[in-house]
Design a binder for this molecule. Structure first.
Ligand SMILES: *Cc1c(COP(=O)(O)O)cnc(C)c1O
Length: 231
């Protein structure tokens, strides 16, 4: 089932790239494996998948430590400062930095482990109260401040769009994140590349790609519905 699902999602990514005249090499599919057992991840690995997304620090640590080293782990959840130690040195990219304090803790842990941490700044473009992330107009000043931390590189921006019945309704959200990243990129800030846009989930990843996503984070369409009851 996972193989068929992956093929279907990859085909839809290819078609979305075609529609928007983008090179499919610019878009990377992150298989969001949160709550899913090791066997399902191993099945996806057997299909050639190497990029996985997790939203709980300890869960990511456990999966990371027991699966092959060449896997890229994307941390996509809200990160509490006391859990940073599990993520730094393991995550290929932390998608969800939304405060200077969190960045400082990531910096300190990166110094301790002698690594450079690559991060994205999470922006709550749609300004949903239930979601983490910065307001659009607060983003540049945080980027400027975090960019001064020597063990952190800001690769781009991330957003979680609202849950909507019709994915087209999120197009403006994705467009706004893209515009914000272009505006920040133009400032040419040291340690800030702004080449990465992490946006789009099962319900809206095709629209996100049409609007410039470089990472789409897809869980349900690959692994099926999540069962939070079992945890
Ligand atoms: C769970 C999650 C996803 C994947 O959601 P699906 O709708 O299952 O594709 C993507 N991004 C984040 C931040 C998530 O927490």
């Amino acid at each position: 089932m996972i193989r068929e699902n992956l093929l279907e999602v990859e085909e839809k990514i290819r078609l979305a790239c075609e529609r928007s005249e983008r090179n499919p090499d610019e878009v990377t599919l992150i298989a969001v494996s949160k709550t899913k057992p090791m066997e399902m991840i191993e099945e996806a690995i057997a299909c050639g998948k190497r990029e996985f997304g997790e939203n709980k620090a300890q869960e990511m640590k456990e999966k990371c430590d027991s699966l092959p080293e060449d896997i890229k782990w994307h941390f996509i959840g809200h990160l509490q400062t006391n859990k940073v130690k599990y993520v730094v040195g393991r995550a290929y990219l932390i998608h969800s930095v939304d405060s200077y304090h969190l960045a400082e803790v990531i910096e300190a842990e990166s110094v301790k482990k002698d690594v450079i941490s690559h991060i994205l700044i999470e922006v709550n473009v749609a300004q949903e109260e239930s979601k983490f992330g910065l307001k659009t107009d607060e983003t540049l000043s945080l980027v400027e401040k975090v960019a001064k931390l020597p063990h952190i590189r800001i690769d781009g921006l991330m957003t979680i769009a609202p849950f909507v019945e019709n994915a087209q309704n999120n197009r403006s959200v994705f467009r706004e994140l893209r515009k914000l990243s272009v505006d920040i990129k133009e400032k040419n800030i040291d340690n800030v590349s702004m080449n990465v846009l992490s946006m789009g989930m099962t319900n809206d990843y095709e629209v996100a790609i049409e609007e410039g996503a470089t990472y789409v984070r897809v869980g349900t369409a690959i692994f099926g519905e999540r069962d939070y009851g079992k945890l």
